[in-house]
Design a protein around this ligand. Structure first.
Ligand code: C2E
Ligand code: MG
Ligand code: MG
Length: 351
């Protein structure tokens, strides 16, 4: 019996461990004996309403496991099987992604809407695995977060991004570098996060003012005191803080005063429909005005059309980011560089 389960893949991990433990051969006198198991998994209250039903459904899942050749585990429903197995497969490969050099950063320019100049770049993680192909962040970031792998991966992102920004700075283009932080990096080990940020700045030589850390509303609302403390320490160093996907999270506007925030990034979902949805138009306008009144900078995310650019310009929104200007770009292959603060792309550079 397992209790306090949040995700079904946690059960799958335990089942995996049981199968592995049983697989160790036993030496009994002269004989080496191996045992295997077939495991059926059923979940209360999803698959059963009482004890008897729970056993019956687990039993039926176990027979299914036997039918599939024994020595495996099966959930009662196929959907749970699929989800748990996909998770475990992803996690297995992600565990080796750093050492196998499968991760890279792409960079998306942030443009000053008034002047058209590039003022910043957001670092966005990409993962290419031989077996899984290119896995989108929305699929692997949650796995990295749940498995704790986001801590070493996040540290790698910070190091790489700072070093890239320093390279741009040394070539005469001091653009800000924006790095996404996950709530797990705050929760698991806050001191480690501060340490990682400091080391990334020291090793690269990048001035703290050129580093912007993107956090979500969820981070702000969790563990208020610890979060406030970390953000203040970062802020005191001169690092900038921005709130990503603004408007989609738990909205308590009081934190805009309470936390040392520099920038709001209006979520793409609002910007997307400003041409067709008067409500979204009103929300974008209201966020922009509020941010200006609070002396915060505003970035509109996901700008794809000239119409959106013109509307945000008319609101005096400071910055924009989106496919209209540029998709996230691959720097490794030498396809993007900055000239007179304009992005210069060599051929086929759009990643
Ligand atoms: P985000 O930080 O809000 O990043 C913006 C996302 O919107 C990126 O998706 C970007 O490619 C996409 N995007 C930008 N402009 C447009 C546009 O005009 N149209 C459309 N349709 N999309 C646009 P991506 O790279 O897939 O990343 C998704 C999310 O994954 C990010 O959202 C961020 O929350 C997370 N993520 C990415 N890299 C990292 C990382 O290094 N660490 C952590 N913790 N999270 C990351
Ligand atoms: Mg972001
Ligand atoms: Mg965003």
């Amino acid at each position: 019996m397992l209790s306090n389960i949040v995700h079904s893949h946690e059960i799958a991990s335990v089942a995996d461990k049981i199968l592995k433990a049983l697989a160790t051969p036993l030496q009994i006198e002269q004989n080496e004996i191996s045992v295997s198991a077939s495991i059926g998994i059923s979940i209360y209250p999803d698959n059963a309403h009482n004890q008897d039903e729970l056993l019956a459904t687990a039993d039926s899942a176990m027979y299914h496991a036997k039918k599939l050749g024994k020595n495996n585990y099966q959930f009662y429903t196929t959907e749970m099987n699929r989800a748990a197995k996909a998770y475990i497969r992803l996690e297995k490969h992600l565990r080796r992604a750093l050492e196998c050099n499968e991760l890279e950063l792409h960079y998306q320019p942030q443009i000053a809407l008034e002047s058209g100049q590039v003022v910043g770049m957001e670092a966005l993680l990409r993962w290419n695995n031989l077996e899984l192909g290119s896995v989108p962040p929305c699929d692997f970031i949650p796995v990295a977060e749940e498995s704790g792998l986001i801590v070493p991966i996040g540290a790698w992102v910070l190091r790489m991004a700072c070093s890239q920004a320093q390279q741009w700075r040394q070539s005469g283009y001091p653009v800000r570098i924006a790095v996404n932080l996950s709530s797990c990096q705050f929760q698991l080990d806050p001191d480690d996060l501060l340490d990682t940020v400091n080391k990334s700045l020291e090793e690269s030589g990048l001035p703290p003012e050129l580093l912007e850390l993107e956090i979500t509303e969820t981070i702000l609302m969790q563990h208020l005191d610890t979060t406030l403390n970390i953000l203040e320490q970062l802020k005191n160093k001169g690092i900038r803080i921005s709130v990503d996907d603004f408007g989609t999270g738990y909205s308590s506007l009081s934190y805009l005063k309470r936390f040392p925030i520099d920038t709001l990034k209006i979520d793409r979902s609002f910007v997307n429909d400003i041409a067709s949805d008067p409500d979204d138009k009103a929300i974008v306008a209201a966020i922009t005005v509020m941010a200006q009144q609070l002396n915060l900078e505003v970035v509109a995310e996901g700008m794809e059309t000239l119409e959106q650019v013109e509307f945000l310009r008319s609101l005096c929104c400071h910055f924009g980011q989106g496919y209209y200007f540029s998709k996230p770009l691959n720097v490794e292959s030498g396809t993007v560089f900055l000239q007179d603060n304009r992005i210069v792309l060599s051929t086929e550079s759009l990643a």
